[in-house]
Design a binder for this molecule. Structure first.
Ligand code: MN
Length: 242
């Protein structure tokens, strides 16, 4: 049985063909999978589980259908949808994971992350992250009306895009020493993450000399990206949008 991994769909009303591709993926190959892991940034933004927008309702319904069909679905937060919470989990049946999340995958100790915590070169972002992940900040944000939260999300998105465009490309990638530190600390030989939108498989050597691998998932801006793991068979594939 296959285990599937996706991330960085950035679902947004501005890209309806990507939402349709995701829905087709959930009705199609995901139905035949044992488990589906969504490693963050499923949504371009998530302003709270009480969001009544059409896309929020549609995606939650599609995930619930997959869970009800018997597929285990797990999610960990990205930097865009870190406010996905308990009501979302209860409504969809999706299991919320911590970041990092250690799992055994085909007999190998594997660590799942969104990937933003590995990008230590981006000090501006790491500072913003500390504020956004502060429970007190989140509580005051969620207490605001939906319209005010939508306006904040639009501003934050514009600032994030400007920052990404201005920052040097290497600081937006993972810090290699941090990858090795996290893998060694967790005793993992394989690491799977998204966030950087640079899909690839990177063989590496762990501090204790053992071989390891870091697998990076791709984004769903123009197409889909999925990692399929079935025993020793590992495939990082692109899904064409119609
Ligand atoms: Mn991200």
């Amino acid at each position: 049985m296959t285990t599937l991994f996706i991330s960085d769909l950035h679902l947004d009303p501005a890209r309806p063909h990507i939402t349709a591709l995701f829905e087709a993926f959930l009705r199609g190959e995901a139905r035949a999978a044992q488990a589906l892991y969504i490693l963050g940034d499923l949504f371009e933004s998530w302003i709270g589980d009480d969001d009544d927008s059409e896309i929020a309702q549609r995606v939650q319904a599609a995930l619930r259908d997959l869970v009800q069909a018997g597929v285990a679905v797990a999610f960990l937060h990205g930097n865009r949808d870190f406010l996905v919470g308990a009501a979302f989990a209860a409504r969809t049946g999706v299991h919320l994971l911590p970041d990092p999340a250690p799992i055994m995958l085909a007999g190998e100790a594997t660590l799942l992350l969104h990937g933003d915590t590995l990008c230590l070169g981006d000090t501006v972002y790491q500072q913003v992250r500390r504020q956004l992940r502060d429970p007190a900040w989140q509580a005051q944000f969620l207490a605001q009306p939906l319209a005010a939260r939508r306006a904040f999300a639009a501003r934050a998105r514009a600032e994030s895009q400007a920052h990404t465009a201005a920052a040097a490309s290497d600081i937006m990638d993972v810090t290699p020493a941090e990858v090795l530190r996290v893998m060694a600390a967790q005793g993992a030989t394989r690491l799977i993450h998204g966030h950087t939108h640079r899909p690839a498989r990177h063989p590496l050597t762990l501090p204790d000399g053992r071989p390891g691998e870091r697998i990076v998932l791709g984004d769903w801006y123009e197409q889909g990206s999925v990692l399929r793991v079935d025993g020793a068979r590992i495939e990082l594939a692109t899904l064409a949008a119609s």
